[in-house]
Every structure is written in structure tokens, then in C-alpha cells.
Design a binder for this molecule. Structure first.
Ligand SMILES: [Zn+2]
Length: 609
């Protein structure tokens, strides 16, 4: 029933045996001992006091803050943004376990894969060459001076692997040829250009400062070159190649990934130099698009590591318009968005050069405004606020922007600010916002004046799918599952007595997985058990249940089974009573009598429990 694609169970077992969770987690998180647990700051959400725990005895981790939890494989998946097979493979390689299972491409690497491998190597080589030329040649003197003038010290040049492509036609062409690379392939890879007239090949990048661009695994896949002389284009990127897809690549994502994950926040820039300068100012979670607009693919990629995006675009009209356009795309992807409003005609690089690192971070990273605040500021540009007519139109548009926000508190605060600034009454603005929400069918939670109940809303809220936490039978289920994870006999007993009669859906699923786990002759092992779940929510629930630390007792076990059994009968009685009432109303007395008999039988059963 359970399989992991091509990976044999034996490999997964060995991976779990060979990697101690405390040691693996310890590579990313500083852990301190606290009784049976190790505690640390959660790497998956931002926090100031530790709620992240590792239990070596059970080989699981669990965060009380964000709820993430699971075994060592799950931890690596979350940490590295990898799939299950990827994480198993990485852990297996790390422990020297031979990778015997077949991957997606079982045969020889395809021609396409071979081509990509050659291009990776050629890019790596070209990058080293450009870097060497920048640091060691007379021809790069102007380039070096230019960089120094813009505040690039040696450490920055090293960290970002900057280079220089000389003002010649054949520097890279000859070097690649000497290394035995075919010029056709190098042209297809974007490193060389074809000369129209003669049919020969020449360097694509000439007299440019070179910025290597990496993919998510850290391979160099392209370059951006900034022209030193006055010509055009100022920035030249590699073309789209088998390696390089602009709408999926973000400058510096590979290196910034762990900082992004730690803060659950990413800062998006427009320019490569902005990323570098911000990095030197201490902003290590910055990335940039490839001189193109932000795409849904970019957003999805970032969502694996972050919950919040700060748009730090140029202060000019084009930059602000680009930020304005990116907000809906990012909000749709589930991000909280904030925007840095830089002074007009300044980009982040210029600001840092002129005013220094500390004011930049304080004003524009920490001080970035909420998306809606930015939209309101942006809206001012298209209205003439000196005229009454313009003010009215601005207010109307502004209220619409505010009305679209989900949070009633946020709406209230923003409307208050508008009312104060423009000297209008808050009630008027609220009324207008309410009308707009009704028109757009946005729902009116929180906007309804006290006393007038909206029945549709109330109905929607009643009848939650799962009973509230804290109910006796819910706690009993969690307690039972925790003992079942530790002891096979208990699981078998519960299977006989309760089977699938757990109330909470996830608990019923976990029980079913546990029955199956023991039926395959497994011994209790929380880490291994969690590996079979392959479901984020179930893994979280399982890991939190595994941490329940109440000693086992026969009497307590009986109490739990009884509580759950009774609750389950009570629910059945409730259902039958409803049916009985329906039958009576319909005049179907035979059926009503039948229901009555069944209810009495159940009530008897309930007492026996
Ligand atoms: Zn957490």
C-alpha cells in the first residue's frame, strides 16, 4: 500500500538509522538541552524565545510556535526546500549509503543533460577567467577603478565573484577553444556570439563588468555584464538558454536562501548592484529579478522560503510603478507585502552610497510600509489634491483600496487616518467602504454595526468540521494515539475496541496508518512511522502527539477508550434522533419506531462502556 516511488524501504530505514536528528538539526539550529528535549529558535518561523524542540529519544522535531514537525527527512525537506526523494538522496549520500534505486532518468544521461553539464562547466570556467582578468590585468584597470568608485572593496568583489570581460573580440572565444569547447555549443549557451558576415564566433560580452548568475543549486548559468564605456545597452544579460530561464531565475537566491528562510522574509530588488550593496549593508536576504518583471513563477519559488516580501525598487516612476504592479501578484501567492518608498530618482545603491547602511536598513527595510499604505501613497500621484474635486476623487479611490483589505481592524485604522487628514467624518468613509464591499461581495465581517445580526455570516460559522480542541474525547484521542505510537499491543487493542471510530478526521487517519504500520511487522518507532505519512498536516499532528509525555496506565487506557466510545455513540444517537424526528414529521411511524428501538439499544451500549 505504501511506497515511495523507486526508493526501497530499506534505504529509508538506513537513512533514519544513520542520521541522528539532533546532530542534523544542530547543523542549522543552536540547540540547548532541556530534560528529554533539546530546544532552540525555530528555523521555520521568526521568534525570540525558543519553541522549537528536538526529541532524540523519538527522533522527531516539533515547533510549538508554527506547528512544523516530523522526522529527520522531513526536517531536511523543509530546510532545503527539497522533495521527499531529494531529501532521502541527500541524506543517503551524506552517510555513504549507496544510491541503488533508479531515478527518474534510469538510462544514460540524455543528450540534453550532457549539453547542460558541458555548459555548466563552461560557465564555471568563464567566470573564473573573468574574475582573474579583473584582479590581475592592466586592461581591467578602468574596471577596477570604476568598482572602487562605486564602493566595491575586494571582499565584495570576491563574495560576488565579479569579473571583467576585456574590450576585445576573442578573449573568451580563444580560451574556450583552447579548453576544447565547441563554439557552436558555446554560442547556444550564450557565452559567444556568431559573426553574421564571416560566420565565425566572437565574445558576447566585451568591456563589461561581469556578474555571474547562479541557479538554485549554485551552478553558474548566465552572466549579466555592465558596460564600462558609454554605449548601449548598459546591462547585457545572457540570452535564454537551456540553462537560463529569466522568469524562473532570481539573482542571488542560492546564496540568500538560508537568510531568507531564517527571517521568513525576502527583499526584492531591481538591480544586481542593489542586491550587492544591500548585502554589504547587512541585508542578506535580498534577491533581484533579471531585469524583467516579477512573474508568478518567481513568487511560487520564493513562497517555499518566505512569508513576507519587501519590494525595494527604485524611487523613480518606473520603479514605483513596477512595485505597484507586483503587489497583487505577490498577495495572490500568499505573501504579506511591504514596500520601501525611496526618495525620488534614487535607487538603493545610490541611497546606501550617499547616506550609509544604517539609515538605509532603518528607513527602507525595517521601515518599509504596508502594501496598502504604499497603494495610498501611489494613488496621490494621479490626483491633484490641491483642488477640492481632486481630493474627493482621491478619497473615493482610497476608500476602495482600503475596502478590499480583509482585516476589519486594518480597514478601521486606515479610514481613521484618511478621515483625519482630509477632515471628513469617519462614519461617512465607513459607510462608503461598507457599500463598496457589498457591491463587490467582499463580505462584511467586522463592519456590521452592533445589534444588526447578519444571519448568513453566523450560519457559515457554526458547525465546525472538527470538534474544538480541549473537548474530553479529543484529548483522549490524542493520548491514545501517543500510547499507540509507543506500543504495538496498545495499538492492537485499540484497533479491536475502536477501529476507525475516532472523531477528529486526522486522528482517524493516524490510527489507520498506525494499524497498517504494525500490520507490516514494524516495531514502534515514531521517526519511521512519521516517514510513511507523506502529508504535511498529518506529520505535524503526529509529531505534536508524539511529544505527549503521560506515563501509560491500564486504567487510564480504559478511560480513554471509554470516553471516545461513549462520544461516538452519543454522536450516533444524535443522528438517529434527528432522523426519528424527521420520520415523525413525515408521518412515517414505522420508521420512527425503528429509529426508537435503535436509540434504546445504543443507550444501553453506552452505559456498558
Ligand atoms: Zn516554528
Amino acid at each position: 500500500m505504501l511506497s515511495y516511488g523507486m526508493i526501497p524501504q530499506s534505504v529509508i530505514d538506513e537513512v533514519l538509522q544513520r542520521h541522528d536528528i539532533a546532530e542534523t538539526v544542530g547543523k542549522y539550529v543552536h540547540l540547548t538541552k532541556n530534560g528529554k528535549y533539546l530546544k532552540g529558535l525555530c528555523p521555520f518561523h521568526s521568534e525570540k524565545s525558543p519553541s522549537f524542540t528536538v526529541t532524540p529519544e523519538k527522533q522527531i522535531f516539533h515547533c510549538y510556535g508554527c506547528g512544523k514537525g516530523g522526522n529527520v527527512i522531513k526536517f531536511v525537506m523543509e530546510m532545503e526546500g527539497e522533495s521527499f526523494p531529494e531529501a532521502v538522496k541527500a541524506l543517503a549520500e551524506d552517510a555513504g549509503i549507496p544510491i541503488t534505486w533508479t531515478t527518474v532518468n534510469p538510462e544514460e544521461p540524455s543528450a540534453f543533460q550532457k549539453e547542460k553539464k558541458v555548459l555548466h562547466e563552461a560557465h564555471e570556467y568563464s567566470s573564473k577567467l573573468y574574475h582573474y582578468l579583473l584582479l590581475n590585468t592592466e586592461a581591467a584597470k578602468t574596471a577596477k577603478e570604476y568598482l572602487t568608485g562605486r564602493g566595491f572593496n575586494d571582499a565584495l568583489i570576491e563574495e560576488f565573484g565579479l569579473g571583467y570581460a576585456p574590450a576585445r573580440w576573442d578573449t573568451l572565444t580563444l580560451a574556450l577553444e583552447r579548453k576544447g569547447y565547441s563554439p557552436e555549443e558555446m554560442e547556444a549557451g550564450g557565452l559567444l556570439s556568431r559573426r553574421q558576415e564571416t560566420g565565425g564566433y566572437v565574445d558576447r560580452f566585451r568591456d563589461r563588468i561581469m556578474f555571474p548568475i547562479h541557479d538554485a543549486s549554485g551552478n553558474i548559468i548566465a552572466f549579466a555584464g555592465r558596460l564600462l564605456s558609454d554605449g548601449q545597452p548598459k546591462y547585457l544579460n545572457s540570452p535564454e538558454t537551456p540553462l537560463f530561464n529569466k522568469s524562473k531565475t532570481l539573482y542571488r537566491l542560492h546564496e540568500a536562501r538560508s537568510a531568507i528562510r531564517r527571517a521568513r522574509q525576502v527583499v526584492l530588488f531591481e538591480g544586481y548592484v542593489d542586491v550587492i550593496k544591500a548585502w554589504s549593508a547587512g541585508v542578506h536576504n535580498g534577491v533581484a529579478t533579471m531585469g524583467t518583471a516579477l512573474t508568478g513563477e518567481h513568487a511560487a519559488l520564493l513562497k517555499r522560503f518566505a512569508d513576507e516580501v519587501i519590494l525595494c525598487y527604485d524611487g523613480d516612476n518606473a520603479g514605483q510603478a513596477a512595485a505597484h504592479k507586483s503587489i497583487p501578484l505577490l498577495e495572490e501567492a500568499g505573501f504579506r507585502v511591504r514596500v520601501s518608498v525611496l526618495p525620488n530618482r534614487m535607487d538603493p545603491d545610490e541611497y546606501i552610497s550617499a547616506h550609509g547602511s544604517e539609515p538605509f536598513v532603518r528607513e527602507f527595510i525595517e521601515g518599509a510600509v504596508s502594501a496598502v499604505k504604499f497603494q495610498l501613497i501611489y494613488l496621490r500621484k494621479s490626483h491633484i489634491l490641491l483642488e477640492e474635486d481632486g481630493r474627493i476623487r482621491y478619497l473615493r479611490d482610497a476608500v476602495r483600496i482600503v475596502a478590499r483589505r480583509d482585516s476589519p481592524t486594518e480597514r478601521e485604522l486606515l479610514l481613521k487616518e484618511l478621515a483625519q487628514e482630509f477632515g471628513v467624518s469617519l462614519d461617512t468613509l465607513k459607510q462608503e467602504s461598507l457599500e463598496y464591499r457589498q457591491q463587490e461581495k467582499l463580505g462584511n465581517a467586522g463592519d456590521i454595526p452592533a445589534g444588526s445580526w447578519n444571519n448568513v455570516w453566523n450560519e457559515k460559522r457554526s458547525a465546525p468540521k472538527n470538534p474544538p480542541l480541549g473537548a474530553a474525547h479529543v484529548n483522549a484521542e490524542r493520548q491514545l494515539l501517543s500510547w499507540m505510537m509507543q506500543d504495538k499491543e496498545t495499538a492492537l487493542l485499540v484497533e479491536q475496541r475502536l477501529g476507525d471510530r475516532f472523531h477528529v478526521e486526522d486522528h482517524a487517519a493516524l490510527a489507520a496508518y498506525l494499524y497498517a504500520f504494525y500490520a507490516r511487522n514494524n516495531d514502534p518507532d515514531v521517526g519511521r512511522f512519521v516517514a510513511v505519512l507523506q502529508d504535511d498536516r498529518l506529520e505535524r499532528t503526529a509529531s505534536s502527539i508524539a511529544l505527549i509525555d503521560i506515563p501509560f496506565g491500564e486504567r487510564e487506557l480504559e478511560d480513554c477508550i471509554r470516553t471516545i466510545g461513549r462520544a461516538s455513540i452519543a454522536r450516533e444517537v444524535e443522528r438517529l434522533t434527528e432522523e426519528l424526528n424527521r420520520a415523525q414529521r413525515a408521518g412515517d411511524f414505522a420508521r420512527a419506531t425503528q429509529m426508537g428501538i435503535e436509540i434504546i439499544a445504543l443507550e444501553k451500549q453506552r452505559k456498558q462502556y
